[in-house]
Ligand binder design. Structure first.
Ligand SMILES: C[S@@+](CC[C@H](N)C(=O)[O-])C[C@H]1O[C@@H](n2cnc3c(N)ncnc32)[C@H](O)[C@@H]1O
Length: 292
């Protein structure tokens, strides 16, 4: 049976709280921010822990919603093929397994980093993980043979030159399915949302140039109109109180002071709460059908 999201978070918490207890300073975690284009160092296991304690709960919920909607649009009598670009610890695989209990699929996750806390592969739908730059991976493919191409909060990390290469692949390679879906999770703040939507539009236009029509509104981004706790929608999603308490006060566990150059950053970035509400959910589900 697949681990619950709460047990997954609790397991990471055991490791992270051990690190916090045994470390005088937590400055190594900084800068832990996505502001001003910063990307945290995902190769650092403690950054992975903090990232997952903050975001895994909300992302697992968001991706489950996305996959549930995507599956309704596809003919699931056949074995679905999914490629997840920037899969990280496979949160979206967990969401897919939970959204798609009765169907068989073939999931390939690609990421430049081999994360420590990858969800376990499950029968009857085991995953394949490929540690590679998605740009090289797509470039090397003879054809694009998946039904679903999923970008779980990874579109924001594609650099401009790399985007050109991805778009070239989607424009010129043979796409073997007559119907494909892009599932793209976007950042929520207005400026970054615009940047991410622009990236997704470029990929979508490449698919259109390859002989497909987009049946979805390219300008539409799905969000929750009202702010709710995720638990309202998924009663099994219960974020552990002790984890929340630790994250809410993390800065106090770091003993750096005015004399340390990192003090301001630590104060600013170490007290962020875990994401437990629907406010920041933004995604697109773009459906394409072959025209020629
Ligand atoms: C914000 S994290 C999202 C991780 C995970 N999908 C999630 O939902 O939490 C972005 C991920 O994209 C990966 N990534 C960024 N650029 C990449 C590239 N060019 N090729 C493969 N993976 C990439 C990073 O290593 C990281 O795991």
């Amino acid at each position: 049976m697949m681990i619950s999201i709460n047990d997954y978070i609790n397991n990471i918490f055991q490791d992270f709280s051990g690190y916090v207890k045994n470390s005088e300073k937590l400055c190594d975690l900084n800068p832990f921010t996505f502001e001003a284009g910063n990307i945290p160092d995902y190769s650092n296991i403690h950054i992975q822990q903090l990232y997952l304690l903050r975001y895994a709960f909300a992302y697992a919920f968001e991706y489950k919603r996305m996959y549930s909607k995507i599956l309704k649009k596809l003919n699931i009598d056949t074995k679905l093929k999914i490629k997840s670009f920037g899969c990280g610890p496979m949160i979206d695989y967990w969401s897919l397994c939970n959204a798609c209990e009765e169907h068989s699929f073939e999931y390939i996750g690609i990421d430049i980093i081999d994360w420590n806390y990858k969800f376990e592969s499950q029968n009857p739908n085991p995953y394949r993980f490929i540690k590679e730059n998605m740009i090289e991976y797509i470039k090397e493919l003879k054809e694009l043979d998946s039904d679903i191409y999923f970008f779980p909060k990874s579109i924001c990390e594609i650099k401009n030159d790399d985007l050109t290469s991805i778009c070239d692949s989607f424009r010129t390679k043979r796409i073997s399915k007559d119907k494909i879906i892009l599932g793209i999770s976007l950042r929520a703040d207005v400026r970054n949302l615009e940047i991410d939507a622009c990236t997704s539009e470029k990929i979508a236009n490449s698919i259109i140039e390859n002989g497909f029509i987009c049946k979805s509104d390219l300008n539409k981004c799905i969000r929750f109109e009202e702010s709710h706790g995720i638990r309202k929608f998924e009663s099994s999603f219960i974020y552990p109180d002790e984890v929340k308490a630790l994250l809410d006060n993390l800065y106090n566990e770091c003993s750096c002071s005015d004399e340390d150059s990192c003090e301001e950053k630590c104060r600013e970035h170490l007290n962020r709460q875990p994401v437990l509400r629907t406010d920041n959910i933004r995604y697109q589900i773009l459906e394409f059908e072959r025209t020629k």
